[in-house]
Each structure stands twice: as C-alpha cells, then as structure tokens.
Design a protein around this ligand. Structure first.
Ligand code: DOR
Ligand code: ZN
Length: 345
C-alpha cells in the first residue's frame, strides 16, 4: 500500500479568503497547501474595480505567514453596471485573472450580483476577445424553483444560451453538484470547465439533516442526492482536464452558522488536500490526483504549472472540532473525524 504520495504543488481555483480578522485567521491554511488560489470577490463591498482588487491582494499578502510561497489570483465581481474598459485594464495589468458572475441573491454577499445576464453583453464580448475566463455561480435564483433544481435549471436557461452566444468565451462552472452539470461540462467544448469541492465529493444532502439540522454541512449550491454525488465524483476522478480542484472554502464564524438563518459555506481549507486524496484513493486512482489538483487548472487558465511539490503521508489525522480562537472560531469540514492522509510540511 502506498505510504506517501508526492505531487506537483497544487492550486485552489476557488476560495473565499474573506477580509480583516477572518482573512488573518484563514489565509495561512490555503497558503500552506496551495501555490496559488483564485480568490472570490464577494466581500462587503464587493471587489468591482482594479484598485479594490489590488488593495485586497495586498491585504492578503500581508496576512500570509512569513515565508509563505503563495500567489493570490484576483477576480472581479460582476454587477449590472460592470465596466468592460475597467475589466480589460485589470486583466492587461495582471490584477484581474477572471470575472465572477453571481446571479443576484444566489448566495452570500451576492446582493450586488447580476440581475439579468443580458446586461453583460459588452463585458462578455470583451472577455471573449481577450481570453479572460468567466467564473459562474450556476444557480437560478427564482424562489419558485426548488433549491435542489436551481443548478440544473441554470444550465438550461442561462448557460446553454450563453455558450451559444459567446462560443469562444472561457467559462468555469464553479462548484458543480449535479449529474447534469458533470455531463454538460464533459460534453461541451474545451473552453468550458468546472471546479469541484471536497464536500460535493463526500457528502450528499442527507448530511444536512443527519439526526437534526447540521449547519456546517450547508453550503451553496447545496449538496444534492447520492446519484449526483456519484456523478460528480466520477467526473473528478475521470482524468478529464475539464475538471479541477476548487475548494470553495467559505469560512463563517460559528455564531453565523449556528443561527436561525445560518450562512452558507463550508470551511475546508485546513484539510483540503487530505480530503481530496481520500476520495481519489477510495476510487482507486490516486495517480490522477495530481492532474486534478495541479495540472488541469493552470492549463485551462493558460498559466504555468507550479514548480515545487507537496507530500501527503498515510497517517491518521484527527480534525479538530473548531479552528481559530477568540472572536474567530470556525468549524472545519470533517470536524471530529479521522482522515487517512496527512499533509507533510
Ligand atoms: O456556500 C457558499 N458560501 N457558497 C457560495 O457561493 C458563497 C460562499 C460564501 O461566500 O460564504
Ligand atoms: Zn464560492
């Protein structure tokens, strides 16, 4: 039995690093495991221009532990009034790596998101022309659509026409949760890819109601039925370059999760790679972890592969019930469980 694996240093193609004290508390977890990360712009206020993204990048760099070898890749939060000139400028300057589309009110801090994708025609034309990826939270927000169907309906109503209208636009369908998404992405052209989180590989929707309501298993898009988990898992371990690692690590303090209206988000950064490794091992394809974690993402984004390596050792690791201290206490994914791989520093 393999006792350790060494892979090229991975990247996280979707993470929420937050700001202020939470940023200080969580940045080190992502920087420890990953060489780069695509940083989500859903702060309050959201990151909508180049100056705000550059300033946020500086705050992230300042929050990293000394000697961290980590590059934050910044994104622009699209609003109805998004300015194509500003976006092109930010991309040309290397500040913006991609734009993030949140349908308005789809999730945390998405109130300023896009109410109608037709308002983005000029922006999308610009992005298509300059080769800038569009990262999509793929859920419709209509209250009359069942929450478990919102991703599949998004594909039919929004994504399919979008791809038809912008056939060369690079698109990442973020944090896919359904068989429909896995199939759609697999069957699309090479300009369409998807990120996959650890939680959507590991839990199904039963986890949210396991003996009582489990706020720490709640994220958006919400986990779906078992058949969807299995389809997403199959996509992740398939070896297809269209699927790559994006944790969607989304920390919220305990009080904000364990509340009458608890926030969506699973904080998986502390044990992200261990989590993915367990999945690939269970599927008998540990040899494909490196492609998923370290190669497919940079190839899609047109960025160089990382130079260094990381090692995971086959050792039990007990995940703490809580990480952080004082005001910032967050329950990590897998809290209280024993994982079978240990990230070796
Ligand atoms: O669960 C989620 N949490 N999904 C998102 O799309 C946003 C994120 C957050 O920012 O907390
Ligand atoms: Zn996210």
């Amino acid at each position: 039995m393999t006792s350790q694996i060494t892979i090229r240093r991975p990247d996280d193609w979707h993470v929420h690093l937050r700001d202020g004290a939470m940023l200080e508390a969580v940045a080190g977890y992502t920087a420890r495991q990953f060489g780069r990360a695509i940083v989500m712009p859903n702060l309050t206020p959201p990151v909508v221009n180049v100056a705000a993204a550059a300033a946020y990048r500086d705050r992230i760099l300042a929050a990293l532990p000394q000697n961290a070898d980590f590059t934050p890749l910044m994104t622009c939060y699209l609003t109805d009034g998004a300015d194509p000139t500003e976006i092109e400028k930010g991309f040309a300057q290397g500040v913006f790596v991609a734009c993030k589309l949140y349908p308005a009110h789809a999730t945390t801090n998405s109130a300023h998101g896009v109410t109608d994708i037709r308002k983005l025609t000029d922006v999308l034309e610009t992005m298509q022309r300059i080769g800038m990826p569009l990262l999509i939270h793929g859920e419709v927000t209509d209250r009359d659509i069942d929450i478990f169907d919102r991703e599949a309906v998004f594909i039919d109503r929004i994504l399919t026409p979008l791809i038809r209208d912008f056939p060369a636009l690079k698109i990442v369908l973020e944090h896919i949760t359904t068989a429909e998404s896995a199939e759609f992405v697999a069957d699309s052209g090479s300009q369409i890819a998807a990120t996959i989180t650890p939680q959507h590989l590991i839990i199904n929707r039963n986890a949210i109601f396991d003996g009582g309501i489990r706020p720490h298993a709640y994220c958006l898009p919400v986990a779906k039925r078992e058949r969807h988990r299995l389809a997403v898992r199959k996509a992740a371990v398939s070896g297809s370059p269209k699927f790559f690692l994006g944790t969607d690590s989304a920390p919220h303090g305990i009080d904000r999760k364990e509340a009458a209206c608890g926030c969506a988000g699973i904080f998986n950064a502390p044990f992200a790679l261990e989590s993915y490794a367990q999945v690939f091992e269970e599927e008998g394809v540990l040899d494909r972890l490196e492609g998923f974690a370290s190669e497919h993402g940079p190839k899609f984004y047109g960025l160089p592969l990382n130079e260094g390596t990381v090692t995971l050792k086959r050792e039990d690791v007990i995940v703490p019930d809580v990480v952080g201290q004082g005001d910032i206490r967050v329950v990590p994914f897998h809290a209280g469980e024993t994982l079978r791989w240990r990230f070796a520093d």
